[in-house]
Design a binder for this molecule. Structure first.
Ligand code: ADP
Ligand code: MG
Length: 242
């Protein structure tokens, strides 16, 4: 059984159909890159998988459970599926460690002492064990994004959704974040990541999904999608990335 099963998913905003029948199964431990032009529906797809947007048609199953529009259910879903965004969204008045502790304590009702131990472990895992007491404005963008990753990991998700998590970073900070993602992938984390980092997608991902106008236009292993694009749309998209 796939960890994430997306079947004929449709989503509209007003009159505009943004997802036009998406089918995509993600296996446990699989790393899937989602590429495509701005406006092709990549973020909307991830937001639907995390229950931040409700779908209009089709179904999304996570670990065998169908995603339905119910507050308790959505809360449970977000415990299973973590999401990381382009903006780090750390609380500026809280230390890195406190930021990582907070969601565990609020959402999972984890006792402070346990949350702290987890926060220390997860900050260690993203290479920031020494920054527990640092405030966000004392950290680089790359470090802040790694804190955001630690925060997501502290919830012990079954899968992580990453939406252009390096796009807001100065170029020299991109690699430290990608290195963390690469390690998570190697550790067997299931990942769906929208990315513009084609080299990274090629190197780390098991499959690449090319979205175009709300549809999965091409899908396959990176060597196929990048090495032998079948449609003019993908060829044009890849050409524009050079
Ligand atoms: P991508 O991430 O590939 O750039 P998005 O999923 O963000 O694409 O957006 C796909 C389309 O849906 C765009 O045309 C965008 O303007 C529209 N859209 C996204 N979110 C909303 C929203 N909350 N309300 C209205 N339109 C939206
Ligand atoms: Mg987007």
């Amino acid at each position: 059984m796939s960890l994430i099963a997306i079947t004929e998913v449709k989503k509209r905003f007003g009159d505009v159909e943004v997802l036009k029948g998406i089918n995509l199964d993600v296996e446990r431990g699989e790393v899937v890159a989602i590429i495509g032009k701005s406006g092709s529906g990549k973020s909307t797809l991830l937001r639907c998988v995390n229950g931040l947007e409700m779908i209009d048609d089709g179904s999304i199953m996570v670990a065998g459970a169908q995603l339905i529009n119910d507050d308790l259910h959505l809360k449970a879903l977000r415990l299973k599926v973590g999401m990381i965004f382009q903006q780090f969204n750390l609380f500026p008045h809280l230390s890195a460690g406190r930021n990582v502790m907070l969601s565990q304590m609020v959402v999972k009702k984890t006792p402070a002492r346990e949350a702290e131990a987890m926060a220390r472990r997860m900050l260690e895992r993203v290479g920031l064990g020494h920054k527990f007491d640092a405030y966000p404005d004392q950290l680089s963008g790359g470090q802040q994004q790694r804190v955001a990753i630690a925060r997501a990991l502290s919830m012990q998700p079954m899968a992580l959704l990453c939406d252009e998590i390096t796009s807001a970073l100065d170029p020299e900070l991109v690699n430290e974040v990608l290195a963390v993602v690469k390690e998570l992938a190697a550790d067997g984390m299931t990942l769906m990541m929208v990315t513009h980092e084609m080299r990274f997608a090629r190197e780390v991902c098991d499959r690449v999904v090319f979205m175009h106008q709300g549809r999965v236009h091409e899908i396959g292993p990176p060597e196929e999608v990048f090495g032998n694009p079948r449609t003019p749309e993908l060829r044009q998209f890849l050409g524009a990335q050079l």
